[in-house]
Design a protein around this ligand. Structure first.
Ligand code: UDX
Length: 477
């Protein structure tokens, strides 16, 4: 099948490369000339495991081409995916200008029947709006006889596992409009996604608004689980319970399941924060406020500051002269994505209190430098106390504490003896609950996790004793 994907960003590129891998002839259009030139030369502008290999292989096989020309893209397409950005506006609503601009161009250029598939995350009602824009452009050209159905097919790709998620989907959600054009679109997408439905049907067919809402509902549900566990972790600290045991205990209930129950430093990334806010905006606009989702958002905002609170409890509000080590900057492992990463909040807050911060991330270092420089553009002095280091060990030298912010594999089982020797005071604030508190205690390393019982003891000690005594007391306990 001839497929065009408009947008060579994260979702567009993964969609284009995976569909090419499935044997479709794919043209990927992006208006960013530099990006297209890079892709044509075999380069991939984003970090996603396996993507560069997939892009290169399919390019060489002639199944995947990149262009800036919408005319070429529309002419090529039997199915055209819209996968352009829907960035948040100041009020939290999604900015649809790029999606609607693509629709306008499609309407202006189309000379044959087409199925348009909306992959961008868009508020309910956008499918209809896209349809209206295309129909209007066709009418102006006197081409209203052309059949062009707009379908909603939201993506559920996790960064770092996007190819796997595309190639082995739990489900494929497709919303089709009513009428013959919708039936034809259904036929066409059944054929396109047939390889995923061979053993059992994974496609969940529905109407367009339901598909659009499904995407937001899925992300809001997952974000809710995380904020729920983060809030439960705060309580666990207070009552002397271990959130990790609680997680295992409730996850074993099949009705609950194990995934997305990990307490941590708060969720980040390009989807959960943006989509929960956009959902709240849509809901408010329809007079149906989302009280649960709004609490989820508020809890997450606080959670991002939780580790900073622990540091100040232990060391006081003034952190001048403190050297704090950070492991992990990206919002999650296997990506260099810094969007809404908790590390941004944590590092800025520590620097603002006078600390020197030494940070390491195996992949996101240069992206972090760019983003943090932007974040602190108004306070350039702070950046002088931020050192991004190439190795995880380099940040530990003489550090007063190590904050673990992202659960990269390389941080899972460090050489604790070496860590203890390098640090001024061996103290780990584990924002991802990676380590076994008992093991660290045995090794003489003070440890604070998220909701892991011992936090209570340290917090109490910190109220009455200076930080070093607190850490020593904890190790001796
Ligand atoms: C998410 C959705 O999973 C995906 O289906 C959607 O299409 C896009 O948004 P992504 O943002 O790539 O994907 O990351 P994900 O792995 O879902 O994690 C999101 C955030 O939640 C991360 O900051 C992660 O650290 C955090 N998280 C996740 C937790 O804090 N605890 C968990 O148990 C799981």
């Amino acid at each position: 099948m001839n497929v065009t994907v408009v947008g060579a960003g994260y979702v567009g590129l993964v969609t284009a490369a995976c569909l090419a891998e499935l044997g479709q002839r794919v043209v990927c259009v992006d208006h960013d000339q530099a990006r297209v030139v890079l892709l044509q030369a075999g380069g991939v502008p984003i970090y996603e495991p396996g993507l560069d290999e997939l892009v290169q292989r399919n390019q060489q096989a002639g199944r995947l081409r990149f262009t800036t020309s919408m005319a070429l893209g529309v002419e090529h397409a039997e199915v055209l995916f819209i996968a352009v950005g829907t960035p948040p506006q100041e009020d939290g609503s999604a900015d649809l200008q790029h999606v609607l601009a693509v629709a306008r161009q499609v309407g202006r250029l189309l000379t044959h029947d087409l199925v348009v598939v909306n992959k961008s995350t868009v508020p309910v009602g956008t499918g209809e709006a896209v349809q209206r824009v295309i129909d209007e452009a066709l009418r102006v050209r006197g081409c209203q006889g052309l059949a062009c159905a707009v379908v909603s097919n939201p993506e559920f790709l996790k960064e770092g596992a996007a190819i796997e998620d595309f190639m082995r989907p739990d489900r494929i959600v497709i919303g089709v409009p009513p009428g013959p054009a919708g039936a034809r679109a259904r036929e066409c997408l059944s054929q396109l996604y047939a390889p995923f439905n061979r053993h059992h049907e994974r496609t969940v067919w529905m109407d367009v608004p339901s598909a659009e809402l499904t995407k937001y509902a899925a992300n809001a549900m997952l974000a809710t689980r995380i904020s729920f566990m983060n809030e439960m972790a705060l309580l666990a600290d207070r009552v002397g319970a271990d959130i990790d045991a609680v997680r295992r205990g409730i996850g074993a209930d099949q009705r609950i399941g194990h995934s997305f129950l990990y307490a941590g430093t708060g969720y980040g990334g390009s989807c959960f924060p943006k989509d929960t806010r956009a959902l709240m905006h849509t809901a408010a606009a329809h007079g149906s406020p989302m009280r649960v989702v709004s609490a989820v958002e508020a809890v997450n905002r606080m959670q991002k500051r939780h580790l900073v609170g622990m540091v100040t409890q232990l060391m006081g509000e003034d952190l001048s002269g403190r050297r704090l080590a950070v492991w992990g900057l990206s919002f999650k492992p296997n990506t260099n994505d810094m969007r809404e990463a908790p590390s941004r909040v944590v590092i800025q807050a520590l620097l603002a209190r006078g600390a020197t911060v030494l940070a390491h991330d195996p992949v996101a270092g240069s992206e972090a430098r760019r983003v943090l420089t932007e974040d602190m553009a108004a306070q350039p002095g702070l950046l002088q106390r931020l050192h991004l280091e190439e190795s995880p060990e380099a940040v530990l030298l003489d550090a007063d504490a190590l904050l673990v912010l992202t659960e990269w594999k390389c941080f899972h089982s460090p050489d604790f003896a070496r860590l203890r020797d390098l640090m001024r005071e061996p103290l780990i604030l584990d924002g991802r609950n990676l380590y076994d508190p008992a093991l660290l205690q045995a090794l003489g390393i003070a440890y604070l996790g998220i909701g892991r019982r011992n936090a209570l003891g340290v917090a109490r000690l910190a109220l009455t004793a200076p930080m070093q005594a607190a850490a020593k007391a904890l190790r001796a306990a």
